[in-house]
Design a binder for this molecule. Sequence first.
Ligand SMILES: [Zn+2]
Length: 119
Amino acid sequence: MMDGQCHCGAVRWTLSIEPDWLTRCNCSYCRRAQALWAHADRARVTLDYRADSVVRYLQGDQTLAFISCKRCGCTTHWEGADPAAGGRMALNAHMAEPSAIEGLRIRHFDGADSWEFLD
Ligand SMILES: [Zn+2]
C-alpha cells in the first residue's frame, strides 16, 4: 500500500498495492512536472479530494487529464479524460513519503518519441 498527498493536503490518494516499478517519462508534460509515476488500475486507487480543489489539464490528444492541486500546485495524478470510463491512471509517487518509494525500481519511458520503455 502507498499513500500520497499534495503539499497542502487537499488532494490525497491511496494505492492498495505496492507497484512493481515507477515510471519516469520524458514527454513534454512529465519533464516539466518531474513526476514519477506509479501506474495503477483505477480499482486499486482511492482518491480523496473535492472537484473544485483541483485543476484538470487535458494535454495533446485530449485523452489524459493531469490533475494538480489548485492551492499548492502539486501534480498528484493523471487519469483518462473521461474518468467514468475507468481504466488507466497513474499516481505521482513523489506525493508519497520518500521512505515509501525507496528501493522501488524506476523505469524510463520515452513518451517524447518512441512511446516505449527504454529499460
Ligand atoms: Zn495542495
